[in-house]
Design a protein around this ligand. Structure first.
Ligand SMILES: *Cc1c(COP(=O)(O)O)cnc(C)c1O
Length: 405
């Protein structure tokens, strides 16, 4: 039998890439020539106000972070060349795990190279075919992949729909363990999971609760501990995963925090932990410095929320459609993918960096630019950006009469 030639493989990829370009779904990378920050310099030499980083606390490019990383590098070296359990655990890793446990109000914490790995390595060691995982329909790709690697039965509830969650909890009756799994905050919409109600339902049906706090750790809740603090359910969530690559410094790295037995089990059996390198000492040391700073002051978190309130009120007043809420993720809805691309391109010309999001990152017909506020933004920078939104919106005919008036 004749198989297709090897060239067919490459030309097949090429035509799919061309198709993506034709339908306006192709994603280009912006190249920065500066540190991350409220303003960035792009490789064309232009300085832009940056509204699309996960740099919630404004720490990513901050000098104090560079110094903390250099200090940790000088003390602990550049890297470990080892997984944790062979010869890749240093005091700084243990200190960071302890500090994360305290910050999150959990018994113990295990570090990973990324939150993607924390989620990827979470379910398979803990649950099997006797168990069931009940997942929010819009959970992050890394949760979905992690759940796929595990033999437990899967049930899905409609996004953020507590009545449907209860229906699924009833359907799960008779299984050994039941775990409800949700993003604490949904990154595309800024929607905050109804954790108080989820914990009540979990209690009622004897289920465990797991949340992914990538868009919450460091700034949600009165002292920035996360969605569980925001909803006043600290101590009632069983498993928390999160990232060091967003608010908590922005380099990379992830973690899972839970009861001691859970973390001990993950250290024995979680594949991304057992078979992947230790977190770089620079990141461990600098992340530790971030947590120490957040334990002493809510200043960054407070400034972030003030910036968010300012931007949300002003962009609505201009006549843009946003998803309502209070989170620093502000989805400015444009619905059509090519329109979102054009709008982002025009804003770039006007000195504002935002990214268009469209299928498959968000559902078809739900294209948007996702604005993300940072504690590093000044009100003046936000007002400059808002003026650019108004101009681009008017030029592209996107504003409702409210804005045109
Ligand atoms: C960003 C993100 C991740 C992945 O985090 P990394 O540390 O970059 O791998 C996982 N889950 C959610 C909800 C995220 O937003």
């Amino acid at each position: 039998m004749v198989t297709n030639s090897k060239e067919d493989f490459f030309s097949g990829l090429d035509s799919e890439l061309n198709r993506l370009k034709d339908v306006g779904l192709y994603k280009n990378e912006r190249v920065l020539a500066s540190r991350q920050g409220a303003e960035v310099v792009c490789d064309d030499g232009r300085t832009l106000i940056n509204l699309c980083a996960n740099n919630y606390l404004g720490l990513s490019g901050e000098e104090s972070m560079v110094r903390a990383a250099v200090e940790a590098t000088e003390k602990f070296g550049y890297g470990l060349s080892s997984v944790r359990f062979i010869c890749g655990t240093q005091t700084v890793h243990k200190e960071l795990e302890a500090a994360l446990s305290t910050f999150l109000g959990m018994e113990d914490t295990i570090l990973y190279a990324a939150a993607f790995d924390a989620n990827g390595g979470l379910f398979e060691p803990l649950f099997n075919e006797e168990d069931v995982i009940i997942s929010d329909a819009l959970n992050h790709a890394s949760i979905i992949d992690g759940v796929r690697l595990c033999k437990a039965a899967r049930l899905r509830y409609a996004h953020n729909d507590m009545a449907d969650l209860e229906t699924q909890l009833k359907a799960a009756a008779g299984k050994r363990h039941v775990v409800i799994v949700t993003d604490g905050v949904f990154s595309m919409d800024g929607t905050i999971a109804q954790l108080d109600r989820i914990c009540d339902l979990a209690d009622q049906y004897g289920a465990l609760v797991m949340i992914d706090e990538c868009h919450a750790s460091g700034f949600m809740g009165a002292t920035g501990r996360g969605t569980h603090e925001h909803h006043n359910v600290m101590g009632r969530v069983d498993i928390i995963t999160g990232t060091l690559g967003k608010a908590l410094g922005g380099a990379m790295g992830g973690f899972t925090a839970a009861r001691r037995e859970v973390i001990q089990t993950l250290r024995q059996k979680s594949r991304p932990y057992l078979f992947s390198n230790s977190l770089a000492p620079a990141i461990a040391g600098a992340s530790l410095a971030v947590l120490q700073r957040l334990e002493t002051s809510t200043e960054l978190r407070d400034r972030l929320h003030a910036n968010t309130a300012h931007f949300r009120a002003a962009i609505s007043a201009l006549g843009f459609t946003i998803k309502p809420g209070t989170h620093p993720v502000v989805p400015v809805m444009l619905f059509d993918a090519p329109v979102a691309q054009r709008f982002a391109a025009r804003l770039y010309e006007l000195g504002v960096l935002v990214t268009g999001f469209f299928y498959p990152v968000v559902p078809m017909g739900q294209a948007r630019v996702r604005v993300q506020l940072s504690a590093a933004h000044t009100i003046e920078q936000l007002d400059t950006a808002l003026a650019a939104f108004a101009q681009a919106g008017q030029e592209l005919g996107l504003l409702t009469t409210k804005g045109a008036a």
